[in-house]
Design a binder for this molecule. Structure first.
Ligand SMILES: CC(C)(COP(=O)(O)OP(=O)(O)OC[C@H]1O[C@@H](n2cnc3c(N)ncnc32)[C@H](O)[C@@H]1OP(=O)(O)O)[C@@H](O)C(=O)NCCC(=O)NCCS
Length: 428
């Protein structure tokens, strides 16, 4: 499968051409063309104009993605008015297996060209291309949760943000015996990459990270205004095995009180419970710090158990995070394992027609066999709802209450839900 050279989707190409717009793959080895695309991407997310070193770094990191632009040849800048990129990312699924997922990023449309169905053409094109290449599902993280349901994506993992009052909480976790030490991003990059590989393989919902996604968890990318403030601490087991790290910045929010700095955690990686415990304790016990803030943790982050005063560690946000779009129902459902056996007929609706159909899923010894069937449906649901329950999160009953899943929702929930909730701990 060559996702880089697969031709542009003809339906989207035609739809955009009807409005005077040109859909094309961008040659990422052509620096001028790629820089124009990167500038448009930055502008789409209201980031500053990237300087030369930022462009150079981005070209290096992003060249391996399928990169698509929409051009309005009537405008003088030559920069695209729509952008998207995609690649095939291994997604960890319940049971610890991995499935190829079509990861979509950098979806932007120039404000000068909004609401002319450019995003519709870009997303439709991505999904049809992925399906043509036999990739069983697509994934993305979103800027706004109102955008992607219309294309069959459903929220499949949720992420928590926390604020910890470190002057209030006392350590209530276990003792750890490993070693903490400062390191720097350049030196630690390869080792940190291996730690991240372990972390991402261990939890449903995480994806194997490209160097771009891994490196920015370890240290700052070019152009980061806080680059000088980054600190990186590694945790190694008593045997010397690298098992975790935390990268963070320290801010002096309360300028009149030097004892009350705020730590903002860029990323905390823990491949073992010992690493998780040691790194949390390190953060809680930093001197001259009054608050630790962290984002994109799981919904089951064990912080309440690690502190003496539960209310000193507050969840400040719970948000939808990874969105899943099933493209091939049998392949996707057979790729994960299940904690309870059973059999169920699912009637799946799909406005784009890609995954629609009636399927019987039969789970025996945790593995599923999925076939199309003419039997009566036990459960009817849109493909977005199937995406939402796919990784095991507890969403089926809520969707049934909302009238989006009909039929035997208890049976659906019993088969799909997992004891450990899925998690994605980064953005892409
Ligand atoms: C989100 C974005 C890509 C949409 O592009 P667009 O070309 O204007 O979208 P389309 O014209 O194809 O819109 C298709 C439908 O989605 C709706 N829609 C699109 N963006 C929406 C948004 N941000 N909020 C609510 N509805 C939205 C449109 O109203 C339209 O609805 P309709 O079918 O009922 O008429 C564009 O607004 C953008 O670039 N935003 C900033 C960057 C961003 O947030 N990107 C998403 C990254 S995950």
């Amino acid at each position: 499968m060559d996702f880089l050279t697969q031709p542009i989707d003809p339906t989207s190409e035609r739809d955009l051409a009807a409005g005077g717009l040109r859909l094309t793959l961008v040659d990422t080895s052509d620096a001028a063309a790629f820089d124009g695309w990167i500038r448009a991407d930055f502008r789409g997310f209201h980031s500053g104009r990237p300087k030369d070193d930022v462009l150079e770094e981005a070209r290096g990191y992003l060249a391996g993605r399928r990169t698509t632009g929409v051009y309005d040849d009537a405008i003088p800048s030559g920069e695209p008015v729509g952008t998207v990129n995609s690649w095939v990312a291994p997604l960890t699924v319940p049971g610890g297996g991995r499935v190829d997922a079509w990861a979509i990023s950098s979806v932007t449309v120039a404000p000068t060209h909004r609401r002319r169905r450019i995003a519709t053409a870009l997303l439709g094109g991505e999904l049809r291309t992925a399906h043509a290449l036999g990739v069983p599902l697509a994934i993305l993280t979103v800027s706004e949760s109102v955008i992607y349901g219309r294309w069959g994506f459903g929220p499949a993992t949720f992420a928590t943000a926390w604020s910890i009052d470190t002057k209030r909480v006392r350590w209530a976790g276990a003792e750890t015996t490993g070693r903490l030490s400062f390191t720097d991003a350049e030196e630690y990059r390869e080792t940190g990459g291996r730690v991240l590989d372990r972390v991402m393989a261990a939890r449903a919902g995480e994806i194997a990270l490209e160097p771009y996604l891994a490196h920015r968890l370890i240290g700052p990318l070019k152009g980061d205004p806080d680059a000088e403030k980054y600190r990186l601490v590694r945790y190694d087991s008593p045997e010397g095995e690298p098992e975790g790290f935390v990268s963070y910045t320290v801010k002096d929010d309360e300028a009149d009180d030097f004892t009350r700095h705020t730590v903002e955690v860029n990323y905390l990686a823990a491949a073992t419970d010992e690493a998780l415990t040691a790194l949390w304790r390190y953060l809680f016990e930093l001197d001259l710090v009054a608050r630790v803030k962290i984002w994109t943790r799981g919904v089951d982050e064990p912080l309440p158990a690690l502190v003496s005063d539960i209310r000193g560690a507050t969840v400040t946000d719970v948000e939808d995070h990874l969105w899943v779009r099933i493209l091939d129902v049998p392949a996707a459902l057979q790729a994960r394992s299940y904690e309870r056996d059973g059999s169920l007929v699912l009637d799946v609706a799909d406005d784009l027609g890609i995954a629609a159909g009636r399927y019987r899923i039969t789970v025996a010894d945790g593995r599923a066999e999925v076939v199309t069937t003419g039997d009566a449906a036990d459960v009817s649901l849109p493909v977005s709802a199937l995406g939402s329950v796919y990784l095991g999160h507890d969403t089926a009953r809520g969707l049934a209450v909302a009238g989006r899943i009909h039929g035997d929702v208890a049976a659906l929930d019993r088969i799909f839900r997992t004891a450990v909730p899925p998690r994605l701990s980064t953005w892409f």
